[in-house]
Design a protein around this ligand. Structure first.
Ligand code: FES
Length: 308
């Protein structure tokens, strides 16, 4: 198989099994390792592009495994799968160049979303991709350079620089991350990790209105999947995509901190709770009335549910 080869490392067999089931259903080449030691034995044989690892494991824990991987390879992408990571642990892992993290328990959508980004990252590490990123409007580049220059000597300025860069360019594609990496002398992998970790950063251009759907556990249990599939079918975009007319982007996030209102959707800065598929479409149509027509045209659109 020519696709990316993924190793899932976790001491809980059920985590490996469910990740394998989800990823294999999408055609990924996946294997499991029951701990850090077994993972190292497998990785020594080579051939893996991505490693998803738990942090707390007996004998060889996740951070030790990540350090080992980073010593032997800079192109293997690493994602952590963990229950309740502390900010310190995340910081340590980011410094070691992880791409992202998947919270436990994870939903299939979150796992697939993170995997797609991680695969993109591993492909971006291959030299053949280098020249594809060199289209960057000179005016934006100059403005970005001014921002980098302003923050260059200020410690801990990566996040403000990324925020300003996103305001200037609209999103944070690899070419922007690379420029910031050079300007601030911070490894690209670390920048990529930060951009992937915080949901307010995006690597893809956004539409006029950004729809964020919460894929966290509380929202998942209360039915956000139905809301997502309704939006997907109506706007004809998947999570992480923007409509062709650039009016809407759809983004999946892990918890919007409003679990009591689950399931939750946010459009731009406005939060909407207790979402149902129909309510979501009604709200989206306030931003673009043509969505109403699209929703109404769907057979049985009004019969799909009863509001409580
Ligand atoms: S899980 Fe959706 S807001 Fe917390």
């Amino acid at each position: 198989m020519s696709g990316p080869r993924i190793l899932i490392v976790d001491d809980e067999p059920v985590v490996i099994k469910s990740a394998e089931r989800v990823l294999k259903s999408e055609g990924y080449d996946v294997e499991g390792a029951a701990g850090g030691r077994e993972a190292i034995l497998k990785l020594e044989k080579g051939g893996y592009d991505l490693v998803f690892t738990d942090l707390k494991m007996p004998e060889v824990d996740g951070l030790t495994l990540i350090k080992w991987i980073r010593k032997s390879s800079t192109v293997i992408g690493i994602v952590i799968i963990t229950g309740y990571p502390s900010q310190d642990t995340i910081k340590d892992a980011l410094e070691l160049g992880i791409i992202d993290y998947v919270p436990k328990p994870f939903t299939p959508s979150v796992l697939l979303d993170v995997t797609a980004r991680a695969v993109e990252w591993t492909q971006g590490r291959k030299p053949r991709e280098e020249k594809a990123h060199e289209e960057f409007p000179p005016a934006m580049a100059a403005e970005l350079d001014r921002v980098i220059e302003h923050y260059r000597k200020i410690p801990g300025s990566l996040i403000p620089v990324l925020q300003r860069a996103q305001e200037i360019v609209g999103y944070l594609p690899p070419v922007v991350q690379k420029r910031i990496s050079k300007g601030l002398n911070i490894p690209e992998a670390e920048i990529h990790g930060v951009v992937s970790f915080y949901s307010f950063f995006t690597m893809k251009p956004r539409g006029d209105h950004n729809i964020r759907v919460c894929l966290g556990t509380a929202c998942y249990v209360k039915g956000i999947e139905g809301v997502v599939s309704k939006i997907r079918d109506t706007l004809k975009i998947d999570i992480g995509e923007t409509t062709e007319d650039r009016k809407f982007s759809l983004e999946g996030v892990r918890c919007l901190g409003a679990c009591g209102l689950a399931p939750v959707m946010v459009i731009d800065q406005e939060t909407f709770g207790a979402m149902s598929p129909r309510k979501a479409l009604e709200i989206i149509s306030r931003y673009d009335s043509t969505v109403v027509a699209a929703a109404a045209a769907e057979p049985g659109a009004d019969l799909a549910e009863k509001e409580s």
